[in-house]
Design a protein around this ligand. Sequence first.
Ligand SMILES: [Zn+2]
Length: 453
Amino acid sequence: MTPTRDVLARGQPLRLLSGGAGTVGELLGSGGQGSVYAVDTAGRRLALKWYHPHVALADVTLRARIARMVRQGPPAPNFVWPLDFAEIAGSPSFGYIMPVISSDRRELKDLFAPPPRGINPSLYIRAAACFDIATSFQRLHATGYCYQDINFGGFFIDAERGTIQICDADNIAIDGEPGGVYGTRKFMAPEVVRREALPSTKTDLYSMAVLFFYMIFNWHPLDGRREAQASIMDQALERKLYGEEPCFLFDPHSDANGPVPKVHDWVVARWAAMTDRMRTLFTRVFTQGLSRVQDRPIESEWRSALAHLRESIVDCPACGFSHGVDGAMVQRGCSCVSCGAAVPLPPQLNFGRDPLLLTPRRKIFEYQMGGGYIVNEEPPVGSVESHPRDPAILGLQNVGKAVWAARTADGTKMTIAPGKTVRVVDGIAVNFGLREGTVSGVPSAAASLGSAA
Ligand SMILES: [Zn+2]
């Protein structure tokens, strides 16, 4: 490879705006905007994004954007945010210092790569990762920024924990101010594809929903029959499918772009195994939300639906296919959408809306008993524990501060002080202080063992 004139040499000294200094280390990666190097600043290993000189010249607001981000600091800790401005004596370009992506992170696009590079995390991990993204974007948007160019390249996943790091922060702009980009194909909102609007928080909400659909279904929400039957995908067709005449794969009012047998079978199965809350949000954003930006779900709606999905997943005992279990599925009984086997459900705690599944080690939060609106940093009030000698027997431990009152189906009353546990039996009603929930769906073998606390 012939070195181009903007390649930095190892050991080259750089100057930081804050007054510090550092030296350039090895090249970590290179892209259209610039290159990323390891850098040593006062013994601390960080990364340096160094712009190609033509980018630094052409993007006239870039310098001011980076400087403002350095001043304001990251809206959430998982943004790989510019920490300091970097310059090199005699160079026409500039760059910024940022944290290094942890080595245990994988690129999100590895979800779509074939083995051995590909990763296939569980639905639980996927829902957790989407939740993390929704939380981060809620904070980003609340500080007046928009990301502008949501696509796989900006996200790194910890596939064991479902946490996300968000990079490519240099595309982030103040909402309403023109930034440097339109976006990435298939992620752009239809009005951006048509060049009728510039990226904004409203188009971010669309692109985020596309990303979530990809992460949960491994598929694009607008790729149905029309894309499957297209012989060639040229610019005109792409503009039509994602800009001029977008149509959701699962549009309840139109089969024009519906699923094709054999091509979309897996996506159809996962859609059938989704909670109604998730289907409702996806349907809203990819039907009326295609044209009415105010109808696109906001981050708090996604967070509630995703947190609910994450705690509602039950796997088929025969084939392992994951199901998001909600009230409707409990009512009709769960048979696997993939292989048809009966899927036994854990006991449920009912408050009138979707039941809370009582799976071992699950934590119960006050907000889950009501409308499901998530309160940050709220400690759990209950914890589901299995009996040390018989894992089939479950108990609900009071890990909060209030004393619970409980009443069994035969009318026996008891109180459960903080630290104590009540056995999970059919028909028992537990008053947690503000709300009362009733247990149902306990397998008869465990229920016959009585209700002693
Ligand atoms: Zn199955």
